[in-house]
Design a binder for this molecule. Sequence first.
Ligand code: DHB
Length: 391
Amino acid sequence: MLRAILKAGIATAAILAASAALGDDDTVTIGLILPMTGQQASTGKQEQAGAQLYIQQHGDSVAGKKISLIVKDDGGAADVTKRLAQELIGNDKAKVLMGFGLTPLALAVAPVATEAKVPEIVTAAATAMITEKSPYIVRTSFTLPQAAAPMAEWALKNNIHKVVTLVTDYGPGNDAEKWFSDTFTKGGGTVAEQIRVPLKNPDFAPFLQRVKDDAPDAVFVFVPSGQGSAFMKQFTERGLDKSGIKLIGTGDVTDDDLLADIGDPALGAVTTHHYSADHDSPENKAFVAAFKKANNGLRPNFMAVAAYDGMALVYGALEKTKGASDGDALMDAMKGASWISPRGPISIDPATRDIIQNIYVRKVEKKDGELYNVEFSTIEAVKDPFKAAKN
Ligand code: DHB
């Protein structure tokens, strides 16, 4: 036993010596900070797998630099996220920070990124204003206004006149509520009630009873990734799936990670989002097959694709800078970058550092016995409307 520990100790020392010998100049360390445990653990699992798949497919060196990915678990606590970011920069000499499973976690790191001049690539959190909190923040996930406004446009054209909104009560939920409601009412629709539920351990039942009592044509829902199953379980238990009230929302509630678990009650739900595992493109078919192969059949969701694209953004930037990894050079290289993602064509808006991407309207359907968000309409190259409205 003691011998085994000693051996392990020697092995670790050897690895440390090897990486020290490489020196800062030859290695680019990326600190990936995610909730690997706790309520948001599914985001961590999907994002880690997405980032690792990118390295597996593209190799661990680019522009003469060795890429070292360090994954840290913040358990979804913002003070931990911030401390890990500081340690990654101070101790591990990380040149890029990535991840951030919830809005408060991304916000906690903004001052650290600014002070250290280290890019903070937000691959999960989706409140619109996050990118305004540091000139070193860039995003490959999405924004709630980007996804929610098109849902209102679709509802207005599809015989939905009265809606109740039900969102998780924090940044992204408030964005979703505002951009759905404003767009819907401007187009002549009525929002009968705006309901907010807590982020931590929500009990949806009493809120769903209010939705039922309001008897709208549809309920518009935002819950963060990972909470869709709990929501849909109570939606069904309250009989809302048979009430004639249509379920619409941003695609977070019919997350690819959860659809199999939710089962038939999700059938017919219409959502707007930037990624579906069912997206029909050669790039996505290859991505889904490789992701499943590397992860015991796990289906990738929108978190996995955002982390995969976060890595693509870093690799592309390092190619442009010919391996230079100082924060300003990397940020310059990332602004305006564009490529074909598994979700379709994407680019980084050089003015806002936010992602420009297609938003798809999708309906949950069964295909060969499995539930999918089947895309049936595309709104191309959508910019975050929150920032577009200010410029
Ligand atoms: C956020 C988290 C999510 O899981 C999601 O689906 C959308 C937004 C967030 O905290 O910003």
